[in-house]
Design a protein around this ligand. Structure first.
Ligand SMILES: N[C@@H](CCC(=O)N[C@@H](CS)C(=O)NCC(=O)O)C(=O)O
Length: 216
């Protein structure tokens, strides 16, 4: 059985766990916290980050790379579109989430509301959160709203790695006590609710919410 190294609340660990759940692949979870990691862990993850995936004697770091590998080993159900442009668009949304949403949702909102107070005894800086929620997120939500059709997926009408990458960020936002205003972004609000209702996401939200967020 493969092992995922990493802890709940990391959007990247959750991305891999949702991916594996969608594929129906059982795995063990080794809850490595990414602070002062061991030399042994750094051999698997040279940047010292979570997640890491171990499959027999093969190890991989980085959620995007892990998912790409798992897709090749377990092609069904396909979580990357087969059409070349849709494939690239799905990767784009994964990157938009990892590189674009993470600095706002993860590093500012979730860190200030959850990680800082819980792990570093650091009070929330409300000004940072307010700026992120009121000024930085809305243009990102506008963009996502503009990309959504009515079929519940970002690319090609079919659930993909792009939806997993975006969906996992919104779990952190939810744990921090924020959501999507359905009056302002109706398609995005519906989309996020539908993605989070999938068994793969719901199981993790239910698992994490008592520790990190509001009860699901
Ligand atoms: N691009 C990486 C990012 C992973 C990442 O930043 N993980 C964070 C936790 S959410 C981490 O391990 N941070 C510890 C550190 O940067 O030292 C991925 O997709 O896996």
């Amino acid at each position: 059985m493969p092992t995922v190294f990493g802890v709940n609340a990391s959007p990247f660990v959750r991305k891999v766990r949702v991916f594996l759940a969608e594929k129906g692949i059982p795995y063990d979870l080794d809850p490595v916290i990414p602070f002062n990691v061991s030399a042994e862990f750094k051999q698997m993850s040279p940047l010292g980050k979570i997640p890491v995936y171990r499959d027999g004697d093969r190890t991989l770091a980085d959620s995007s790379i892990i998912c790409a590998y798992v897709e090749r080993v377990h092609p069904q159900p396909a979580l990357y579109p087969s059409d070349p442009y849709e494939y690239a668009r799905a990767l784009w949304f994964e990157e938009y989430a990892d590189g674009g949403l993470t600095p706002v949702i993860g590093q500012r909102i979730f860190f200030q509301k959850v990680v800082g107070p819980m792990f570093f005894k650091q009070p929330t800086d409300d000004a940072v959160v307010k700026k992120a929620v009121e000024e930085e997120l809305p243009p990102m939500f506008d963009y996502l709203e503009s990309q959504l059709g009515d079929n519940g997926a970002l690319v090609g009408g079919k659930f993909s790695i792009g939806d997993i990458g975006i969906g996992t960020q919104f779990v952190n936002l939810r744990h921090a006590g924020f959501g999507v205003d359905a009056k302002r972004w109706p398609k995005l609000a519906r989309y996020v609710a539908a993605v989070h209702a999938r068994p793969s996401f719901k199981a993790l939200i239910d698992e994490e919410a008592p520790a990190f967020g509001k009860p699901a």
